[in-house]
Design a protein around this ligand. Structure first.
Ligand SMILES: NC(=O)c1ccc[n+]([C@@H]2O[C@H](COP(=O)([O-])OP(=O)(O)OC[C@H]3O[C@@H](n4cnc5c(N)ncnc54)[C@H](OP(=O)(O)O)[C@@H]3O)[C@@H](O)[C@H]2O)c1
Length: 328
């Protein structure tokens, strides 16, 4: 039985990690403030604020087999490795492919150059990549080869409150013509949160070390839309709009309000969704068919309301109608 400490565990990925670990018989403790949600049954929650000086006091006198950290803040990560590193058997740091400096070249692996590390303890949303570089460095400085750096790409499936991935199956579940960006052949890599969590647990068990890109299988955006449309039972038109035209209309790429989620125009991002995942696949990463990830996201979209007004990403029905009319 693995004695596992999750720094996090109350939000999306951390909660999935805790649930899977409990399910396979691990003894699981999560450390978080508790404001993001609860932890799965069978898990112990230690309430602590990682910004406080004594944040790790309640868990520092234990020999953990594995510690998994999902933080984005260099100050929190430095504090954790300092307080817990000496007694941790192995450490899994959940990083991101946003640590890379260049996203223009498809197929590159973990040796690609990184952004400069953030100088400071706290990363803003805009400093996410630099902040994660500083987190990785803090882990390496203290833990050396006792840490695996999981550079994760876009995560999909049930539980994603960014509303990005779910937009497409959710939109196709409504009737009427659907506006899509003209990028059918562009690659996309989305990893199901369940497959990601399973690999992170395996990486801890097997004491993997160093950086790994942990990504979904590379498919085309067109194939993703086709699968989303089929699973949602949509039989209306699909209307493609040119990227320049969409930008002229104030439609945002990638995420956020008035956006077409996952759309990444321009050469600068030509490699963002087609990095090499060979290393993780060789070391045990198993991915379910995309249709299962879409099904999880669609079920949640239906539960939360297909026409909900508080979507964080995508077009509202009125925005889409107005854009389709302008395009016609
Ligand atoms: N979404 C994507 O597509 C994507 C892509 C690449 C990488 N990632 C990475 O995947 C991970 C996602 O993790 P997630 O969904 O579990 O978590 P998350 O949404 O990043 O939430 C952070 C976790 O840390 C806890 N936390 C935050 N501030 C804290 C503090 N001051 N003291 C104690 N606990 C604190 C939160 O719990 P409380 O609020 O309850 O304290 C929560 O459990 C992140 O590392 C992210 O960078 C995501």
């Amino acid at each position: 039985m693995t004695k596992l400490l999750i720094l996090g565990g109350t939000a999306w990925l951390g909660r999935e990690l805790a649930a899977q670990a409990v399910g396979r018989g691990d003894e699981v403790t999560c450390l978080a403030r508790g404001g993001s949600g609860d932890v799965p049954d069978g898990t112990r929650l230690v309430r602590a604020d990682r910004e406080a000086p004594d944040a790790y006091a309640a868990v520092a006198d234990t020999d953990w087999d594995v510690v998994i950290d999902v933080s984005r803040q260099p100050g929190q990560v430095r504090g954790a490795v300092r307080a817990l590193g000496a007694r941790a058997g192995h450490w899994v740091f959940v990083s991101t492919c946003s640590v890379y400096a260049d996203h223009s070249r498809p197929g590159v692996d973990e040796s690609d150059g990184l952004l400069p590390a953030l100088d400071g303890d706290t990363a803003t949303v805009e400093q996410y990549g630099e902040g994660k570089v500083a987190c990785e460095q803090a882990c390496l400085d203290v833990l050396g080869d006792r840490v695996v750096l999981a550079r994760v790409g876009l995560i999909g499936g049930r539980g994603d409150f960014s509303d990005r991935f779910g937009y497409w199956p959710g939109r196709f579940a409504r009737s009427g013509p659907v506006l899509v960006p003209a990028m059918a052949n562009d690659p996309i890599q989305t990893i199901d949160v369940r497959d990601l969590a399973a690999w992170l647990l395996l990486a801890g068990d097997q004491r993997l070390t160093g950086p790994y890109n942990v990504l979904g299988e590379r498919i085309s955006f067109g194939d993703l839309l086709t699968a989303a449309r089929e699973i949602a039972g949509h039989d209306g038109d699909v209307v493609e709009a040119d990227g320049d035209w969409l930008q002229d209309q104030g439609v945002q790429p990638w995420m956020g309000p008035r956006s077409l989620p996952l759309w990444l125009p321009g050469d600068d991002y030509a490699g963002f969704m087609s990095r090499s995942d060979e290393r993780a696949v060789a070391d045990g990463l198993v991915r379910r068919p995309m249709v299962e990830t879409l099904a999880g996201a669609l079920a949640e979209e239906r539960e939360r309301g297909l026409e909900r007004a508080d979507r964080k990403a995508g077009l509202s029905p009125a925005e889409e109608r107005e854009l389709l009319a302008a395009l016609a």
